[in-house]
Design a binder for this molecule. Structure first.
Ligand code: PAF
Length: 281
């Protein structure tokens, strides 16, 4: 595995691969790699000649009160894991390399960013779209791998790719879960033992909703109310949102039909966890 720290050397590696007609797959990450990332990496590895990951904790997607400084950065472990997964190139830029002084440009994807996490985290998706747009220009991959766990992020990036004509295919891959159903996340390490145990209720509430819907329930308000009850009864978590939306437009649904995304964000102490399920009716 080559660890590359500058855009110039990254571009040189990519140019070489492309001159050999190799396909390039790309997994953007903020590090603290877990099995969720590894599943994206394995798929990227399988479907491309060259597998590239980036490791960059992007300051522009954190709000002023959020966990940018505390975000886990287990550098050594990440490098070992990436090497074990036979990544070809790890792009590991500094803050200055990504945002040199005088940096003034941002990418704003409208509408899709207004609801769900966008409502509680103003500016978050601007930061995500900007860094992913930059990374796509640097890596120039044929395929980009994202996790379904971040459904809104995947929708925003897919829209950006379409609107700005990035020549890349976006692959959204299934959420990887712990044995009790909790979605893997770099932030799970923040949870106390009790919070960690309680957090399994998030996936249970999503499964319960799916079961009710598959038995004929179509009222979004009813589904949300029942999920709320389950989470409140079985955990100390504070619900930020539970929403039933159209999976592509992210517009809230009253009656459940078509491609449905049920998404939630719940805070355990200061740790905000998100999860979702997606299905067609
Ligand atoms: O999903 C993440 O880890 C980040 O939002 C991403 C896509 C790497 C951009 O910083």
């Amino acid at each position: 595995m080559r660890i590359v720290r500058t855009v110039k050397s990254l571009r040189a590696c990519i140019k070489k691969a492309k001159s050999r007609h190799q396909t390039v797959g790309f997994v953007p990450t903020m590090g603290a790699l877990h099995d969720g990332h590894l599943s994206l990496i394995r798929r990227c590895r399988k479907e491309n000649d060259l597998a590239v990951i980036s490791l960059f904790v992007n300051p522009k997607q954190f709000g002023p009160q959020e966990d940018f400084a505390a975000y886990p950065r287990p550098e050594k472990k990440d490098k070992l894991l990436a090497k074990k997964e036979k990544i070809d190139i790890m792009f590991y830029p500094s803050g200055k390399e990504m945002y040199p002084s005088g940096f003034l440009t941002t990418i704003e994807v409208e509408r899709l960013t207004e609801h769900l996490c966008g409502a509680a985290r103003p500016g978050h998706f601007r930061g995500v779209a900007t860094v992913v747009g930059k990374l796509l220009n640097m890596v120039a991959p044929d395929r980009l791998y994202l996790g379904q766990k971040y459904a809104q992020q995947a929708a925003v990036i897919t829209q950006m790719v379409k609107d700005l004509n990035f020549p890349v295919t976006v692959k959204v891959c299934p959420t990887v879960r712990e044995p009790d159903g909790l979605a893997m996340s770099s932030r799970n390490v923040y949870l106390s033992a009790r919070q960690r145990q309680e957090a399994a209720v998030l996936f249970r509430s999503l499964q319960q909703a799916k079961k009710e819907i598959l038995s004929g329930e179509r009222r979004a308000s009813h589904v949300v109310r029942r999920m709320r009850q389950t989470i409140k009864t079985h955990s100390s978590g504070t619900i930020d949102y539970i929403a039933c939306v159209n999976a592509d437009s992210l517009i809230p649904l009253e009656q459940l039909t078509g491609d449905v995304l049920i998404a939630l964000a719940v805070k355990f102490g200061r740790t905000r966890l998100i999860d979702n399920i997606c299905f067609h009716l």
